[in-house]
Design a protein around this ligand. Structure first.
Ligand SMILES: NC(=O)c1ccc[n+]([C@@H]2O[C@H](COP(=O)([O-])OP(=O)(O)OC[C@H]3O[C@@H](n4cnc5c(N)ncnc54)[C@H](O)[C@@H]3O)[C@@H](O)[C@H]2O)c1
Length: 267
């Protein structure tokens, strides 16, 4: 007897809440979970793009706004009666060497990448039936040092730690908690940070790619979210999937012209 069949990956009729869905990984996750059958409730502080997602519930809000956040959860529960999957995706950073980071900037990074996650989990968990899942979007920078992103990385590390502890605390309720740690996935957010670091018009150096030999797509991260949210991952909790083309395994970025991997052309 095999435990799974192809339908085990489907999210049919599951209520999936996703923060930060206007663009990038959040948008791809909304589109893919909907494609896998979910009823999707999405929010973003930017309205642009939300209307092109086949979502069952859409709100324009900043997840740092407690009242708006609570109303989003309340509206979702009023519409669907429960939440099966919470994807904590909204987040972001800007480039700033630590000694140049103002207190205001630091507070923004804390709120943007951590504060709203604990608040959302607190309000959503009570509406989650057994079998539900939380997926937190962290970063490779939760796991390795990143000059210019000290507080962002620390907050993502906090989120990775929260993932493990919540996994244990929520296991008795039948709720799984996992994370994905993306890297090397070009998105609007990623582009903005790159321009801050390297100047306007900066482009990817085609010689600097992850070990797999190319950059990722938002759909690659979304696919990992679908898996973790599905019954296929029913025995997984408290862990992180690295979706980064091998960057984490490599200990960071590798210049393929300097480090040759089997199968690559020599020049
Ligand atoms: N792209 C990558 O390679 C990469 C790498 C590491 C981590 N991440 C993480 O993945 C997640 C998504 O990143 P992305 O690259 O898709 O970024 P993105 O900037 O393209 O998309 C983020 C979305 O979240 C929204 N958002 C941000 N803060 C919000 C807030 N306070 N309230 C409501 N909406 C908010 C933005 O408006 C945007 O639509 C983030 O948590 C990011 O830290 C991405």
């Amino acid at each position: 007897m095999v435990a799974f069949d192809p339908s085990s990956i489907l999210l049919t009729d599951r209520v999936v809440v996703i923060t930060g869905a206007s663009r990038g990984i959040g948008r791809a996750t909304a589109l893919l979970t909907a494609r896998f059958g979910a009823r999707v409730a999405i929010c973003d502080r930017v309205a642009d793009g939300l209307d092109t997602i086949p979502a069952a519930l859409v709100r324009t809000l900043d997840v740092r706004d407690a009242a708006a956040r609570d109303a989003f959860v309340a509206d979702t529960v009023a519409a669907f009666g429960r939440v099966d999957v919470l994807v904590n995706n909204a987040g972001g950073t800007f480039f700033s060497p630590f000694l140049e980071l103002s207190e205001r900037g630091e507070a923004a990074l804390l709120a943007e990448n951590f504060g709203h996650v604990t608040a959302l989990v607190r309000s959503v968990v009570r509406h989650m039936p057994p079998g539900s899942a939380i997926v937190n979007i962290t970063s490779i920078e939760a796991h390795q040092a990143a000059p210019g992103f000290a507080v962002y990385g620390a907050m993502k590390a906090a989120l990775a730690h929260l993932t493990r502890t919540l996994a244990l605390e929520l296991a008795p309720l039948g709720i799984r908690v996992n994370a994905i740690a993306p890297d090397a996935i070009p998105t609007g957010g990623d582009h903005d940070v790159r321009e801050e670091m390297l100047g306007a018009g900066a482009v990817y150096d085609p010689a600097v790619v992850p070990p797999l030999g190319h950059m990722g797509e938002p759909d690659d991260a979304a696919a990992a979210v679908v898996f973790l949210a599905s019954d296929m991952a029913r025995f997984m909790t408290g862990t992180t999937l690295h979706v980064d083309g091998g960057n984490w395994a490599a200990g960071g970025w590798r210049r393929i012209t300097e480090v040759q991997y089997p199968g690559e052309p020599a020049d």
